[in-house]
Design a binder for this molecule. Structure first.
Ligand code: ADP
Length: 275
């Protein structure tokens, strides 16, 4: 069997005695769409936060293409090829749609620049953060060639959401509809051409037709071979897009399988679907 893209082993994270994630193991193969479902408080978001470096685990390992990343911070993990969106949607309110998409690209572009490497050595994490803030507000030290590449990526991401984001490309994020802010966030993650796209409830707060649109986009990404790790409450969407579904309850994985297997699993119906 070939090496999985993501491999999580015996992962644990406690918060003041609460076992948010209590020894879970799972993997995601290249090109696979894996969803995590479960009742509120079952540890889904904590799992995503561990995989994307927002939190460190108390124990256990996370490997991306065989390389251990469980001690890396979120910036390094993004550079390794994991991009994410957040449960409530996070965009820079005063930046335009295009600039929001561009911000993420600069931080990966500058990843191997000397000041970044030096600051990693000396653990002066505030230097890259200040540099990124400067880039976001003032401009960019990217070369002209890099600038052209960045512009092309931004335009292709806006094109992906043509009808929605196209007319809004220069509008500040605060003026966007909620759904468009979430689309901008997804576009920013996709601009990084991530090996693994991590989505935390991408349709939260969306109406039926907006949700259907997200499903369509996810299916397109899947058809294009994008590997996705998804947390989502809307089960119809989960069942339609996932190759595999992981069911969590109380910080543990209580079931795992194809959508049709999970739907009929007695433990799942008891813990989740039946509620
Ligand atoms: P889900 O995403 O499935 O709703 P979470 O991963 O958000 O579940 O939460 C799992 C458990 O961990 C909950 O009991 C929650 O209160 C707790 N928890 C999550 N994050 C924190 C935190 N930063 N501090 C303290 N407790 C937390």
């Amino acid at each position: 069997m070939s090496e999985p893209l993501l491999d999580v082993r015996d992962l644990e994270r406690h918060f003041d005695g609460v076992k948010a994630v209590d020894g879970i193991s799972f993997s995601v193969a290249h090109g696979e769409v894996v969803s995590i479902i479960g009742p509120n408080g079952s540890g889904k978001t904590t799992t995503l936060n561990l995989v994307t470096g927002t939190f460190r685990p108390n124990s256990g390992t996370i490997a991306l293409e065989g390389e251990r990343i469980e001690r890396a911070d979120s910036a390094r993990i993004a550079e390794h090829g994991i991009a994410r969106t957040f449960q409530n949607g996070r965009v820079f309110a005063t930046l335009s749609v295009a600039d929001n998409i561009e911000v993420g690209l600069h931080s990966t572009l500058t990843a191997n620049r000397p000041f970044r490497r030096l600051s990693n050595v000396f653990l002066l994490r505030w230097i890259p953060l200040l540099a990124e803030l400067y880039i976001a507000i003032v401009g960019t030290p990217a070369s002209r060639r890099e600038q052209a590449e960045i512009a092309a990526v931004v335009e292709s991401e806006i094109d992906r959401f043509e009808a929605r984001l196209g007319p809004r490309r220069d509008d500040p994020a605060y003026s966007l509809s909620y759904a468009n802010r979430r689309r901008t966030e997804i576009a920013r993650a996709l601009a990084l051409a991530p090996k693994l796209l991590v989505l935390d409830e991408p349709t939260a707060g969306m109406n039926q037709s907006e949700t259907a649109e997200v499903l369509e986009q996810l299916l397109e990404l899947k058809a294009a071979g994008q590997t996705i790790l998804l947390v989502e409450h809307k089960l119809d969407l989960v069942m339609a897009v996932s190759d595999r579904v992981i069911v969590m309850d109380g910080g543990r994985i209580i079931a795992e399988g194809r959508p049709d297997e999970v739907r009929t699993n007695a433990a799942v119906v008891e813990a989740y679907l039946g509620r």
